[in-house]
Design a protein around this ligand. Structure first.
Ligand SMILES: C[S@@+](CC[C@H](N)C(=O)[O-])C[C@H]1O[C@@H](n2cnc3c(N)ncnc32)[C@H](O)[C@@H]1O
Length: 338
């Protein structure tokens, strides 16, 4: 009986070991053998069994729908709700109230910041043998303090409004090809560059300081160098410098606060050279503020000259700013057929 009982004890114990081993084997083997299941890595993060991580990230990024370009009513309601949630009431209306809100701390002016850059050659500067500049592409203090954001008078934030209007009005897609005439310090252009695919933003700009600000400060500080915009220095409306490959044509050409500063004759030279580079049907030219280059000729003569170029005037549009009391007038042109 003891042997039996001993044996009785010994047999179930062996069985138990065998069953446990089988169960463990099945537990570890089955998921790996099953083709449709995710394998679990040692960190516990589930990874697709069949495709490497890089491929998954790349394909999901490529398949992602583009970011929206216009603000919706829901966006504004959400913003209001967040202001409420954080108990951020109306902003102060007097200098004293602003001062109180700053708790007595005064913001440093651009001039003061610039003075520091000059005095200390940077912010956390090296001394002695290490005093040589360690910055890869040193940016002048004048640009670092963003003086160029005020170069053209209008608030920097207005660049986003212009982008949203133009992108909406032209039905912009990331793959579109866009030309800005006179992009200045990229107040508007930055938003296009961010939205468009690589190398799809072109600009012709004549001003040295604006170009310096664009290349040495705006593109690097906005993380947009990888977008490789084609920004060319010139003032003669010479677009041959852009050399469009494979008969590519512009989906959108715009001049924001530029044509009003140009002689009419030069604007017409530009339109002549651009007519064949604008995509027939979809392509649009938008000009802000006024079209005196046209109205000074009289409407019939203007229409005739546009017609000779295969272009037509579509109409006038207005758009409001989201952030400040301002509206802008835009004039739309197109090339009906090839
Ligand atoms: C008022 S700023 C507007 C800049 C930019 N479009 C914006 O909205 O912020 C006018 C710009 O047009 C440029 N410009 C004027 N005439 C030009 C020309 N003939 N060729 C290229 N750029 C020109 C100026 O240098 C300046 O950057």
């Amino acid at each position: 009986m003891a042997a039996v009982s001993k044996g009785g004890v010994r047999v179930p114990a062996l069985l138990l070991v065998a069953l446990t081993a089988t169960a463990l084997l099945l537990f570890f083997l089955l998921p790996a053998l099953s083709p449709g299941r995710s394998a679990t890595s040692t960190t516990g993060i589930a990874c697709p069994a069949s495709s490497p991580v890089g491929t998954t990230v790349a394909s999901s990024a490529a398949g992602r729908s583009p970011d929206p370009v216009t603000v919706t009513k829901e966006d504004v309601s959400w913003l209001r709700s967040q202001l409420d949630l954080n108990r951020l009431g109306e902003p102060p209306s007097t200098a004293d109230q602003w001062h109180a809100l700053r708790k007595g701390i005064n913001p440093r002016t651009r001039a003061q910041q610039l003075e520091d850059f000059r005095r200390y050659k940077g912010i956390s500067h090296y001394e002695g043998a290490d005093a040589d500049n360690h910055t890869t592409l040193s940016c002048p203090g004048e640009l670092l303090v963003e003086e160029h954001h005020s170069n053209y008078g209008e608030p920097w934030a207005g660049g986003r409004d212009v982008f949203e209007f133009l992108a909406g009005a032209s039905g912009l897609q990331p793959s579109d090809l866009v030309l800005e005439i006179g992009c200045g310090t990229l107040r508007v252009g930055l938003h296009f560059i961010r939205y468009l695919d690589t190398s799809r933003f072109h600009c012709l700009e004549r001003d040295e300081l604006s170009l310096m600000a664009a290349f040495r400060y705006e593109l690097p500080s906005q993380g947009l160098l990888h977008k490789r915009p084609l920004i060319v220095r010139g003032e003669d409306m010479d677009f041959d410098k852009f050399g469009l490959p494979d008969g590519d044509q512009y989906d959108l050409i715009y001049a924001s606060a530029v044509f009003l500063h140009m002689p009419d004759q030069l604007v017409w030279v530009g339109l002549e050279r651009l007519a064949g580079r604008l995509k027939p049907g979809k392509g649009r030219i938008f000009v802000s503020h006024n079209i005196k280059f046209c109205s000074r000729l009289g409407s019939q003569e203007c229409e005739r000259r546009l017609g000779n170029l295969g272009m037509e005037y579509v109409g006038k549009r207005m758009h409001d700013s989201l952030l400040f009391n301002h509206y802008e007038i835009w004039f739309e042109f197109r090339r009906p057929k090839a």
